[in-house]
Design a protein. Structure first.
Lengths: 267, 310
């Protein structure tokens, strides 16, 4: 009894993780799939033909999303890691208040805050622009970067930097040749989180970007309001691929002895 | 939060460099935190404050001379029937999602940590849906569990249900099953990654020692493993609760046509053609933020007392 207990539940877990994809994948290849049929009567590549049409909504949405998520990922990772280093390695006045400020966006819904700031965005011409959307996406992404990098810098030995300095390396060389290589796993995971949060964001983009900035989630939402589930399936698949590719390159840093996620476990 | 003060100057260090070095450090730290502070103070604190001001009637978008400052928007929010049913749904969804995902994630993580075969494969699988957008999770739940979804087709084929209308409504339902399922699907793996990374830490050697000394698994679980991974679970539950309480995408897709969670109601009020609803939307947003903040604060106080008792 006890022997089959664990494999049974772990098997169930694996099934649960992959189960929702089954219908998404089948729908993306279906040429109509009437109700009582367990499998579609016919298959087609129509969904993907539309999805990969260079002038179609999906490709254009994907390009806009990629640009925004890359910019957000780079900015959030850059400024958030500096803050993470400050929290992990230095004591300063108002440190507790700063930590509170950094963690608060994890608790307070981004929608509430963005609704409040929108009149300022309109006033300063940031509404309906990519710049405005990037700024809005920084709110939910920075806290994750700061937490991950605080965890990373907590295990960082300043001695390496000091040795470099003693041996005559300039500050830029120390940063490039010593600090960055050591914290690279943390930076990679931070970028993954920032990119994925920005890539998936719908409501903040809608509030700030309106109809002018059409990212992939907005396209997918438009399809979901329609009735063409083949398109929904194909768009969902396209939507999932970039985050999964990023995960492929960072997964080894997510779990491990010096995992970069440990920072997330220290709110 | 880690408070490791690696740079605490030793006495001899202080003698050599005196106060100037410390001042240099202080100035350097400013540059490290300034960008993050600038962004969050302007956008986050600014948005929060401007939201409160708008809920009180400042910056009214309706051009009229008799603009008055009042708490009317808060009264309107509480008198709104959609808001009331939304509040109940929101609490139900957030609490059930958090409690269930924590229990399942803890059980799965402990089982994975005890498994020898396929352990790395299982760990990859827990990571697999971390980067999948919530919209896709909701879409998957919709296409799988709706009345014309794949489960309904299977039960119909086998003969358990008779036609699509015979299948129970578990997406776009009044209880919020579909929303909870989507959150569980996303948050269980997220918590697993947190817990598994804590389980890989120094606790492994402590556990080995306890095992060598003859402690049973149940004893080690209670006295060694759980106390050690407790902080990670705590942070994880806070993130999951706050997220499932205030998120928009999933309840929007899986909630209609029934009254949805407060964030969906707030957005609907905000974008309503009648601009008089805007302060109400702001009031609702403010209330939501304050309620989440207070609940998280109470939870942290409570768990701090608990861990002190231990």
């Amino acid at each position: 009894m006890k022997v089959i207990f664990r494999p049974f539940f772990l098997g169930l877990f694996v099934f649960w993780v992959f189960f929702p994809f089954i219908s998404i994948i089948i729908w993306s290849f279906a040429a109509g799939w009437r109700f009582p049929d367990v499998l579609p009567a016919q298959y087609s590549m129509r969904g993907y033909a539309i999805a990969f049409d260079p002038n179609g909504d999906i490709v254009r949405g994907a390009i806009t999303s990629t640009i925004i998520a890359l910019i957000v990922g780079v900015i959030a990772t850059a400024i958030g890691s500096a803050a993470g280093r400050a929290i992990a390695m230095y004591n300063f006045k108002m440190k507790k208040a700063f930590q509170f400020l950094v963690l608060a966006p994890l608790i307070v819904p981004g929608l509430a805050v963005t609704m409040g700031i929108q009149i300022l965005f309109i006033k300063y011409g940031l509404s309906d622009t990519v710049r405005g959307v990037v700024l809005a996406h920084l709110i939910p992404t920075i806290p994750y970067v700061v937490m991950i990098m605080t965890g990373t810098f907590a295990n960082f030995d300043r001695g390496y930097e000091e040795q470099g300095q003693v041996l005559g390396a300039s500050r830029v060389t120390v940063l490039r040749k010593i600090t960055l290589p050591i914290v690279l796993p943390g930076l990679a995971v931070s970028f993954l989180f920032a990119f994925v949060i920005s890539w998936s964001e719908y409501i903040l983009t809608l509030l700030v970007g309106g109809a002018a900035v059409k990212t992939l989630p907005m396209v997918l939402f438009a399809f979901l309001r329609g009735s063409d589930l083949t398109l929904v399936g194909a768009a969902s698949i396209v939507f999932m691929i970039p985050p999964l590719i990023l995960l492929r390159f960072t997964s080894k840093h997510l779990v491990g002895r010096s995992s970069s996620v440990t920072g997330l476990g220290s709110v | 939060m880690t408070n490791t003060n690696i740079t605490a100057p030793t006495p001899s260090f202080k003698l050599k460099f005196g106060r100037s070095k410390a001042k240099v450090r202080e100035r350097k730290v400013i540059w490290l935190i300034l960008p993050t502070m600038a962004v969050l103070v302007t956008l986050f604190v600014g948005g929060f404050v401007f939201g409160i001001l708008q809920s009180l009637g400042f910056f009214s978008v309706i051009a009229d001379s008799e603009q008055k400052i009042s708490l009317d928007a808060y009264l309107a929010a509480f008198q709104n029937e959609t808001v009331r049913s939304g509040i109940i749904l929101t609490f139900r969804v957030a609490i059930l999602s958090t409690v269930l995902s924590t229990i399942i994630a803890l059980a799965i993580s402990l089982m994975i940590s005890r498994t020898k075969r396929f352990q790395s494969v299982l760990i990859s699988i827990t990571q697999f849906n971390i980067p999948i957008p919530h919209v896709v999770a909701a879409t998957g739940v919709l296409l799988t569990f709706s009345q014309s979804g794949i489960v309904s087709r299977l039960t119909n084929h086998v003969g358990i249900t008779d036609g699509s209308s015979d299948f129970p409504i578990i997406t776009n339902d009044p209880f919020g099953y579909g929303i909870i399922m989507s959150y569980l699907w996303k948050e269980v793996p997220f918590l697993c990654v947190l817990i598994l990374s804590a389980l890989r830490g120094p606790v492994t050697s402590l556990d080995e020692t306890a095992k060598t000394l003859g402690a049973s698994y149940g004893f080690r679980l209670r006295k060694v493993i759980l106390p050690y991974i407790f902080p990670s679970i705590l942070s994880g539950t806070i993130i999951v609760f706050a997220f499932s309480f205030g998120s928009y995408e999933v309840p929007y897709l899986l909630g209609e046509p029934y009254p949805s969670t407060v964030s969906v109601v707030a957005y609907q009020l905000y974008t309503n053609r009648d601009l008089a609803n805007r302060p109400t939307a702001m009031a609702l947003a403010t209330i939501t933020s304050v309620v989440i903040g207070l609940l998280v604060y109470a939870y942290m106080k409570l768990t701090q007392q608990e861990s002190r008792k231990k």
